[in-house]
Structure formats: structure tokens, C-alpha cells
Design a protein around this ligand. Structure first.
Ligand code: GLY
Length: 536
């Protein structure tokens, strides 16, 4: 089964499986196809994390997170008055917002080390190339989404021409072709992933960067390496959880929250009770405070992973939770910030017939990344530099506060919230795999989906669809979803001292696959977004 946020990408993954490819082969083909059919987040101009559990029980984590260019430095995004630069030159929009993309390098490592050997690289790239060349019919959602991002997309000539039809815009039902992206994919198909880093594509990206005051050079592209990391392992009520280590914060924060909740009888408290939400939010508040302080690229900073996910440490943190009174984030840390909705990123999961599982989250950060399409490549570039602490101690576009450890440094990877995760049954067989999009809300969405299955006996679709809450330490406010909380529950939580976000808002969007005890694959796409889970 393949579960992704676009039907065409899921179908391409299924075709690979039918031809004898394994979950890794299929995942690569899905990822490349999403770069064409899901351009706001699918990408070859960004980066991400692939978690792979082989049917024999071995697990692997591939870190293909973007890397800061060699010329990047701590105060890159701060002006002469100590203020954050806005617009072009900022960490969120324009040429300087991009880290060196990692997606193709990551897929290359996955293919060479874990592919079935039965499907060629060409066969994996060709479906995406063909979709870019011949086009696909735009849904209303995608046509409207281009227009809603017109303000910044219009500033960059190739983005304006490709995604805004040079100001004429697209409508539902239009055939959307991306010829430059097709040519880039054709080069990558013929010469391999390295073409992106050392060939004509690299030259085009570096030339466009140079012409526009960007920092990524040909040497930066040549230097990029995907890294293999040890997956992070923990457990919740005896169920093993395999997830992503740093430079993602997602796995650590998730295990911290679950460790804290383990002490409570969450099942008896009930799925949407005020008592459960209170404990969940207090655990989130503490774990996100630790995220701000301790987490960063482990190749640049020592991240105390073992201590953070230790159950004894969870007990210490639990001791500061009052079961009837909200704590204040001021007492746990400090900061004053503004927050913006973030619905970036995309997640897909593949389980093949042999039981190999790939669960992959990748991103260009904001929707349409930096909004820059590198001239002549059709490749939309990321704005992942904003996941560094552009101004340590102050909020980024997700409202997340991050410290000096996550400052900008040359060739460093920014801290992420992406949380591809696999949960095992107590007998050691895989139970479900999932992940989400949505910035820091990814972590809280994955946590609550795991709790919904383990504590509240939901299947994967119900677990993913169920209303959820979010708290990230700062801003010190509890976010809930529209229609997601009864007035009675709101009243109880208010009486405990919780402050709510000014308006309810959507909390991420998840995708996953559950494997039933008889082997049946149950695919789940969040009802909050598009996508299709397809089996064969
Ligand atoms: N760009 C969002 C994340 O990696 O958390």
C-alpha cells in the first residue's frame, strides 16, 4: 500500500511495487512524483527524512535535510539595527532563504543501499519526468493555492511564469505542464542524482544564486551529503516506537511527551476529556521548552538525547505538573513572539508485500518554499534557513523560539520537527507507520495519533482524523481545532488557567498505514487534506 497526499503519486508508487520494486523503490518514485504534482511541498529543491524498517527488523534513518551554504553565518538574517531582515534577503523569502537541497542525495543513498535492485533509477524518475512534460489536470485546490501565494511567487520570473501562468493564472481543469522541471528530471534520469549536484542543474542553480545575491555555490552543491543516522528508539506502555533522531526534534519531543503521559491512566481519563488535554498540554509545554534549549544539528552541537528521552527525566518533569492547574511558560522559559499558520511539508508511507516499511517526510519549509524557482531548472527552492534560529531567542515563522545551539553556521543542518514514525506491536511485528505535515504541529499531531491508537483503541484513520490540541511552550497558548473541543471542556481548561489561541486552527495533517493482525494494510489520509491511499 502507498499513502501519499496525491492520487497520481500514490498510483506511481503502486506501479513500482507491481513491477517487483520494494518499499524503498516505491517511496523514491512517490517522492519524485510529488515534486511535480504537489509543488507546494513535494520537491527536489528541499530536504527531509526517510525512515526505513526492513522486514527482517533492521531499521535505518536517512537524513537528507538541507545544509546551510558555506558562506552562511550567525547574523545573516539580521540588519544593521539588529532587526530581522524582511522580504528578499530574509530567512523566509528569496534567494538567501534556501539551504542546499538534499532530496535527490537522500533518494540516491536509499536507492543504492536499500533498493530492491529489480527496478532501475530511470524507471523511478521517468514517471515524474513524464508528468512534468505532459502535464496533469489541476484540481481546484491546487489552482487556487497558486493564486493565494501570488504576492511572493510573482516576484521571481520563473515562479511567476510557471505557477502563475505569467499573471493569467490557472483554473481548475487546466492542464499544468512544467517543461523545465521535465528537462531537469531528464538529466537526473540519464546521469543519476549526482547531476543535480555536479552537472548542468548545479551550474544553473549556482548561476542564478550568484546573479541574485544568493549564497549557494557550485562547491556547496558538490559538498552536500545525505547522512545515515541511527533511528531513535523508545517505547510507550511497552510498544516500541522507532522514529527520527536529530537534526529532527520530532522524535525526541514525541518520546518525551509519551514518557510523561505514561504515568497517567490516559485510557480512563477518556480521549477528549479536559483532564487528558491538560496533562497533554503540560507535557508538550515542557518538551518544547527543551526543544528550544537543547536540540540542534548533532554534528555541530551535543544534543543530550539519552537524558531527554530517559523515563527518569520524564518523572522529574512530571513532578512539576499540577493536575488541576496550568503552569506558565514564563516559569519554564522565556520569549515574546508572534505566530503564523504553517502548513508546509508532506508525508508519505509505503508498506510493500514483504512487510518492508518506508515512512518519509520531506519539505521545502513554507508552502512554495522561498518562492524562488531557480532559473531554467523548474526547481522550486526551499526556505529552510528559517528553521535555524535566525535571531537566537526570538521566534521563527512557526512562532518557535530556538537558542544559540541552532544558530546559523556554515554547512550545518537546521533543526526540524519532522517526525516519521513506526510503532511496533508487543510481539515485535510492525503495527503502524505515520507522519505529518505542519511545522511544529507535526510533532503534536503524531503524538496524539499514537495515543489515540494505543490508549483509545482507534484504527489509524480514526486516530488521524480525531480533533487534537497543540502547545509549543511559546506562544503560551493552547490551540484547538474548529469544532474540536466542547464548551464544557473549554470551561474546565479555562478554570485550570489555560489560555487559548485567539482562534481555533487546523493542527497539521497526517498520513499513515496500519498493518492489521491478518496482514491487511489500512491506509489513512487525514480528512484535513487531500491524498489517496492505494493498495494492490
Ligand atoms: N520545515 C519544517 C520542519 O522541518 O520542521
Amino acid at each position: 500500500m502507498v499513502a501519499s497526499q496525491h492520487e497520481l503519486a500514490s498510483k506511481i508508487g503502486i506501479d513500482v511495487l507491481k513491477k517487483g520494486g520494494n518499499a524503498v523503490d516505491a517511496a523514491i518514485a512517490v517522492g519524485l512524483a510529488l515534486a511535480v504534482v504537489y509543488p507546494e511541498a513535494g520537491n527536489i529543491g528541499g530536504g527531509g527524512f526517510m525512515l526505513y524498517r526492513r522486514a527482517d527488523g533492521q531499521a535505518f534513518a536517512i537524513d537528507y535535510r538541507e545544509m546551510a551554504p558555506g558562506a552562511a553565518s550567525r547574523d545573516l538574517f539580521i540588519d544593521g539595527e539588529g532587526k530581522l531582515i524582511k522580504g528578499e534577503g530574509s530567512s523566509t523569502v528569496g534567494y538567501r532563504a534556501s539551504g542546499v537541497p538534499g532530496t535527490l542525495a537522500g533518494f540516491d543513498v536509499a536507492f543504492k543501499k536499500h533498493g530492491s535492485g529489480k527496478i532501475s533509477w530511470r524507471q523511478l524518475v521517468e514517471p515524474a519526468r513524464s508528468l512534468a512534460q505532459n502535464g496533469y489536470v489541476l484540481t481546484k485546490r491546487l489552482a487556487d493555492l497558486f493564486v493565494s501565494y501570488k504576492e511572493n511567487l510573482a516576484k521571481y520570473p520563473d515562479s511567476n511564469r510557471i505557477f502563475l501562468n505569467s499573471g493569467k493564472y490557472y483554473r481548475e481543469g487546466d492542464l499544468f505542464k512544467q517543461p523545465e522541471l521535465a528537462q531537469t528530471l531528464a538529466r537526473v534520469e540519464s546521469h543519476g542524482a549526482s547531476e543535480f549536484y555536479t552537472g548542468k542543474t548545479a551550474e544553473l542553480i549556482a548561476a542564478d544564486m550568484k546573479a541574485n545575491n544568493g549564497l549557494i555555490t557550485l562547491q556547496d552543491l558538490k559538498n552536500y551529503k545525505a547522512k545515515e543516522r541511527q533511528p531513535l528508539r523508545g517505547n510507550y506502555r511497552g510498544y516500541e516506537i522507532i522514529t527520527m533522531p536529530p537534526p529532527s526534534s520530532g522524535g525526541i519531543v514525541m518520546l518525551q511527551v509519551l514518557n510523561m503521559l505514561e504515568k497517567y491512566d490516559v485510557r480512563s481519563l477518556g480521549y477528549n476529556s479536559a483532564a487528558k488535554y491538560h496533562l497533554l498540554v503540560e507535557a508538550m509545554r515542557r518538551s518544547f521548552a527543551d526543544r528550544a534549549e537543547y536540540m540542534a544539528d548533532p554534528d555541530f552541537q551535543t544534543v543530550p538525547v539519552e537524558k531527554l528521552i530517559d523515563k527518569k527525566y520524564a518523572n522529574e518533569r512530571n513532578a512539576t505538573i499540577d493536575q488541576r492547574k496550568a503552569s506558565s511558560s514564563k516559569d519554564i522559559g522565556q520569549g515574546a513572539i508572534e505566530i503564523r499558520e504553517g502548513m508546509d511539508t508532506t508525508h508519505f508511507t509505503v508498506v510493500d508485500a514483504a512487510g518492508n516499511i518506508v515512512t518519509n517526510t520531506y519539505t521545502i519549509n513554507d508552502l512554495y518554499g522561498s518562492r524562488v524557482t531557480a532559473k531554467g531548472t523548474g526547481v522550486l527552492l526551499n526556505d529552510e534557513m528559517d528553521d535555524f534560529a535566525a535571531r537566537p531567542g526570538r521566534a521563527n515563522m512557526f512562532g518557535l523560539i530556538q537558542g544559540e545551539r541552532n544558530k546559523v553556521e556554515p554547512m550545518k543542518r537546521p533543526l526540524s520537527s519532522m517526525t516519521p514514525t513506526i510503532v511496533m506491536r508487543k510481539d515485535g511485528t510492525p503495527w503502524f507507520a505515520l507522519g505529518a505535515r505542519g511545522g511544529p504541529r507535526i510533532i503534536t499531531a503524531v503524538i496524539q495519533s499514537v495515543i489515540n491508537v494505543i490508549d483509545h483503541d482507534m484504527d489509524i484513520q480514526a486516530a488521524i482524523d480525531a480533533p487534537r490540541v497543540h502547545h509549543q511552550w511559546y506562544p503560551d497558548e493552547l490551540l484547538y481545532e474548529p469544532y474540536g473541543m466542547s464548551p464544557d471542556t473549554l470551561n474546565v481548561l479555562t478554570s485550570y488557567g489555560h489560555t487559548f489561541a485567539a482562534r481555533p486552527g487546523q493542527i497539521a495533517s497526517a498520513t499513515g498505514i496500519m498493518i492489521d493482525t491478518d496482514g491487511t494494510r489500512l491506509g489513512a489520509i487525514d480528512s484535513r487534506s487531500d491524498g489517496e491511499a492505494i493498495g494492490y
